[in-house]
Ligand binder design. Structure first.
Ligand code: MN
Length: 500
């Protein structure tokens, strides 16, 4: 990726002056007009259209740092951190004094978890603009994070194995106050009655008592630990099964899915395909609901890990902030332990494979390779586990680097080969917002399903889920967003990421 190669370039490329292309006055003006058009779309928060017109402007005049800078910002907004990084670097190549370039590059690197590299760019901004308060705050915040990471690494180096949060909590000592009127576990067990009350309680914007929340987390951790990294699901003849995509903390839309499609039960099984939390400010309600149903129906309610069930993402996109605000720091750590044990993929009737992101940089990956992935960890930067959580399909054949900067993009030929090699019919994945809530690509062999309608209160997309029976024919149901209480998305997100 660009950016990482920046320092090495100085050594590798000899001192040749690259001539800038000569752009006619007419073309300059044309490009400028396209940039203005793009800016208008950007202001209206239509970032895809903005990217289209910045790109057109750049095709006519690739010499303006600000065009790259603006497109970088739009890429940040759409989570294409790899492309954002590339554009910011390009802007700085064209103009070293283009300060926004350092800002954008730092933000992209932060989002990719490369905070040490980001710190250098914030340093530059502060140097150039000593009176910029925002820059100073970001610099200070970022250096705090770098120190914190170094500290945590040092501690980890000294202890044999990281201690479980469970060893530091004492459930017995947690007292249920007399005025608590919310749902209660019965003999420490999740029951159907508890779940029905819990949904109503959350809907009324009330909190589940921390003792019950902790108890559920302890139980779900034990349950996930027993599961393989790829799980098998069977849809019996004559039964219905439902696959949902990203929820992203949109609790009221999750309730709406249950309204349309029925509450989970042994007769109404579900699979939620990752990215349960972050962005939406009701992530705690979403995750406790999903974990509750998993505890209640372990064999008929399934959950897979998404790229947002991870430490870096949760620090940036709000989940940690929300857990700290609604419960404690310690509980945020316990969630991370639980996420590390979430299964990574599911196989339905031995024919349909479901994962959050997509396929792999290497050929000939087998189902058995996936079953035995050592998953108890933060998603790595490459390899099978990373790609399951991060990859995206692309229309053109072959593979390309991801615009996200993590995982890969895979073409229809890659999908076809993988399916043939493993005797499968098609794959279902999530991870990308789609206008209709779903998209069928790669000759019907690769389906995307996304269940968060009007994503972030901004995108205007429909949500969708998939119903299928034993014949494995997918039926798509789409729906619009429903109103939610007045807490905006990203309300709990780190101030470092105010750009979202
Ligand atoms: Mn995702």
């Amino acid at each position: 990726m660009a950016g990482t190669g920046d320092s090495s370039k100085i050594n590798v490329i000899p001192d040749i002056k690259i001539d800038k292309p000569v752009i006619s006055e007419v073309d300059r003006e044309k490009a400028e007009a396209l940039k203005d058009k793009a800016n208008t779309y950007f202001k209206a928060q239509d970032f895809q259209q903005a990217i289209t017109y910045y790109s057109e402007a750049l095709e006519i005049n690739p010499t303006v740092a600000a065009f790259h800078g603006n497109r970088s910002f739009a890429y940040l907004k759409t989570e294409c951190f790899g492309s954002a990084l590339e554009d910011a670097s390009k802007a700085l190549e064209l103009d070293k004094s283009y300060i926004k370039g350092y800002y954008r590059r730092a933000t992209a690197n932060m989002a990719l978890g490369k905070i040490k590299i980001a710190l250098k760019d914030y340093e530059m901004v502060v140097k150039y603009r000593p009176n910029d308060k925002d820059a100073k705050t970001k610099y200070t915040e970022c250096s705090k994070l770098v120190k914190q990471q170094a500290f945590e690494r040092a501690i980890r180096g000294h202890t044999e194995e990281k201690k479980s949060v469970i060893d530091t909590i004492n459930l017995e000592n947690m007292i249920i106050e007399g005025d608590y009127e919310g749902p209660a576990l019965e003999n420490d067990k999740v029951t159907k009655d508890f779940m029905v009350k819990l949904l109503q309680h959350f809907k009324d914007e009330k909190a589940l008592h921390r003792k019950f929340a902790y108890t559920m987390l302890v139980q779900i951790l034990a349950m996930f630990k027993k599961l393989p990294s790829l799980c098998d699901i069977t849809i019996p003849e004559g039964k219905k099964f439902t696959i949902c995509g990203d929820i992203h903390g949109q609790f009221y839309d999750l309730l709406n899915i249950f309204e349309i499609n029925g509450l989970p039960s042994e007769d109404n099984p579900y699979l939620f395909n990752g990215d349960f939390v972050d962005r939406g400010s009701f992530s705690v309600e979403v995750i406790l609901t999903l974990f509750g149903f998993k505890l209640l129906y372990p064999d008929h309610f399934h959950l897979s890990r998404g790229n947002h069930e991870s430490d870096t993402m949760n620090q940036m996109y709000g989940f940690y902030g929300e857990v700290r605000s609604k419960y404690t720091n310690q509980m945020a750590d316990l969630f991370q332990e639980v996420y590390n044990w979430l299964p990574l993929a599911q196989l339905i009737n031995k024919k349909v494979m479901v994962m959050h992101g997509g396929l792999f940089s290497q050929d000939n990956v087998t189902i058995d390779d996936l079953r035995i992935i050592d998953r108890n960890r933060q998603p790595p930067e490459s390899g099978l586990m990373c790609e399951l959580l991060w990859s995206d399909p692309q229309p053109r054949p072959g593979r390309s680097p991801s615009k996200r900067g993590v995982g890969i993009q895979f073409g229809p030929d890659v999908t076809k080969k993988f399916l043939e090699h493993n005797n499968l019919e098609y794959i279902v994945r999530s991870h990308e917002v789609k206008n209709e809530g779903y998209e069928v690509t790669h000759d019907g062999k690769c389906i995307t399903v996304f269940s968060a309608p009007n994503y972030c209160d901004q995108i205007g997309n429909k949500g969708a889920f998939i119903n299928l029976g034993a014949d494995l024919k997918p039926n798509f149901k789409t729906y619009e967003a429903v109103p939610h209480p007045n807490v905006r998305p990203m309300a709990y997100a780190n101030s470092m990421f105010g750009f979202m």
